[in-house]
Design a protein around this ligand. Structure first.
Ligand SMILES: C[S@@+](CC[C@H](N)C(=O)[O-])C[C@H]1O[C@@H](n2cnc3c(N)ncnc32)[C@H](O)[C@@H]1O
Length: 268
């Protein structure tokens, strides 16, 4: 079986063309809070790690920051360059950042940490490349009981399908949703001024199909579990997700609470 890292990388190459439509309107909602958390201002040198289509990089550039977006998926980097041709995007690994020690003002990672094989290594890498006093911030999803789009999909898989699909084993998806775990991990690396807050994101979709489609095509781990279901189970899971989305009707569409956790800290 492929390593978890290879599984994720292959998965993102496949998901890159769907990801923006699937999740972009949701994940881009954290752009201003995550940039505020690292004091992004004109001239700040920022790395947007696991940048995907480049939403945070683009918002940083709009503030006048000097930003590089980095992602290990060539398809994601191509997608980011297509959207923001004037900005700098490059291929690279969050777990081995291609930057000199103590050289960067700010590092951000928006919904990237939960996809990494070795998140502790990525946090240590951010610490290494930051200059003393530089700031780091990341977001992850709140626990699935609260992020209703994930919760309803995982419940539907349990009820109508097979959740024990053999996949390369990776770290727990919701590890850093836990404030105590996040705080102690950042402190152990040497970060100070650790702040953790919840961001009340809302996933607005026009049709009840959109959530299940996003889960099938826009990500990696859940999409792989869904692809492994029998056609009958997949259809029952899809119907169950659609029924649940209909409970969140708002203004002609649907609005699902999807809170995120924003953690920020300083080097030294
Ligand atoms: C959920 S997407 C987040 C994209 C974007 N930051 C956003 O907020 O929408 C996760 C991204 O992490 C990237 N990624 C996963 N593991 C990585 C790694 N080890 N190094 C660099 N990028 C990675 C994926 O290619 C994907 O683009």
């Amino acid at each position: 079986m492929a390593s978890f890292r290879d599984f994720e990388q292959t998965g993102w190459e496949r998901a890159a063309e769907f990801y923006g439509d699937a999740f972009g309107s949701l994940t881009a909602q954290t752009a201003e809070p995550i940039l505020d958390a690292v004091n992004a201002a004109p001239g700040t040198q920022i790395i947007d790690v696991a940048c995907g289509p480049g939403y945070i990089a683009a918002a940083a550039a709009a503030r006048g920051a000097s930003v590089t977006g980095l992602d290990f998926s060539s398809a994601m980097v191509a997608e980011a360059r297509r959207r923001w041709p004037a900005l700098t995007f490059r291929e690279g690994d969050a777990e081995a950042l291609p930057f000199q020690p103590s050289s960067i003002d700010a590092v951000v990672m928006n919904f990237g940490l939960l996809h990494l094989a070795r998140p502790d290594t990525a946090l240590a890498e951010a610490f290494r490349v930051l200059r003393p006093g530089g700031r780091y911030a990341f977001t992850v999803w709140a626990a699935p009981e609260r992020t209703v789009g994930f919760g309803m999909t995982l419940r539907a898989i349990e009820e109508f399908g097979n959740k024990n699909v053999p996949l390369p084993e990776g770290p727990p998806f919701f590890r850093f949703s836990d404030r105590v775990e996040t705080r102690s991990t950042l402190a152990a690396i040497g970060f100070t001024d650790i702040m953790i807050q919840e961001l009340p994101l809302v996933w607005r979709v026009a049709s009840a199909d959109q959530v299940f489609d996003a889960m099938c095509k826009g990500g990696v781990r859940t999409a792989a579990v869904l692809r492994a279901q029998t056609p009958e189970a997949l259809s029952a899971i899809g119907a169950a997700v659609r029924r649940q989305v209909e409970g969140y009707a708002r203004g002609g569409g649907f609005a699902l609470p999807m809170p995120a956790v924003l953690a920020s800290c300083r080097k030294g």
